[in-house]
Design a protein around this ligand. Sequence first.
Ligand code: PLP
Ligand code: COI
Length: 336
Amino acid sequence: MEIDWQSLGFSYMPVKSNIRYKFSGGKWDDGILCSSDKIELSIASNCLHYGQAAFEGLKAFCCKDGKVRVFRPGENALRLNRTSAHIMGPEIPLEIFNEAVQRVVQDNIEYVPPYGTGGSLYIRPLLIGVTPQIGISASDDYIFLVLVSPVGPYYKGGIKPVDACVSEFDRAAPRGTGHIKIAGNYAASLYPTRKAKDMGCQVALFLDAAKREYIEEFGTSNFIGISHDGAYVTPDSSSILDSITNKSLRLIARDLGIEVERRPIKIEELSSFREVGACGTAVIITPVRNICHGEKIYRFRDEIGPVLKQLYDRMTGIQYGEVEDVHGWMQEIKLS
Ligand code: PLP
Ligand code: COI
């Protein structure tokens, strides 16, 4: 296996194995590592027609001391269960989630990008309802699988800024499904993202669907603004994803003495921000250079600003084991 670690982007690479657990008759099985990345399903599977599909995203890092650690897997397990509950799926016990992550990363350890390359092993847990059915009701049977793939930066060019465009479409309804991680939310964002790309922007920024006055989030990440007086400002909304990266950055910001404000943010407030970024597992912190809103363009910086850089360095420092993990976020992958 010859991988050019430096040239990794965010694309799928077949690896040695994935792990699959089946839920049937109200019980989970013991899980099995599979070398094939194909899956056999009934053509009437619920997930294919009615979208009973929940997923997560987390990363394993090869740290400075040579050990491999995963960032906050317990948080992803909790969120996957919140998503599953909303789509009438089964609970995935924490022990099964943790065991799945441990086993699949152990088995694919040679695919974890080495320390110093800036890459990581992306871990994608997926829960799908697989009962063949035509009527709309929750599946009786499920597959919980975890696949992994080595990744580099989500957007080409590392932490180079991206341009965003305020979408004319809505991502999530109030009291809808924006706060959970179901596959359908991402299908719904494909066309708006294509429209943003047609405008020359890599990402779409969504507003609140009720009034279209407040900033919600980007298609694959939360919004962060750094105010004129240096505060970390991020939207408070029940229709955005409760990002684990954002939650962690808010704590890091407080550790660094940066004030944190989590509140509704009016779109016009963009003109008062010194720095803007997108945050999430895949994008880490990606600075935003311009945000287009109709005829108006809000301009920020051509490179990552000092506050976002400080947060980025602390976060990636913890993930790669260069900075003390004071909050106990990193979970080691045990190797025999
Ligand atoms: N918002 C959306 C819509 C996302 O898809 C993601 C990625 O998972 C995030 C925010 C960031 O969440 P996290 O930091 O937990 O990866
Ligand atoms: C992540 O950041 O892990 C995501 O799931 C976002 C995207 C790749 C869908």
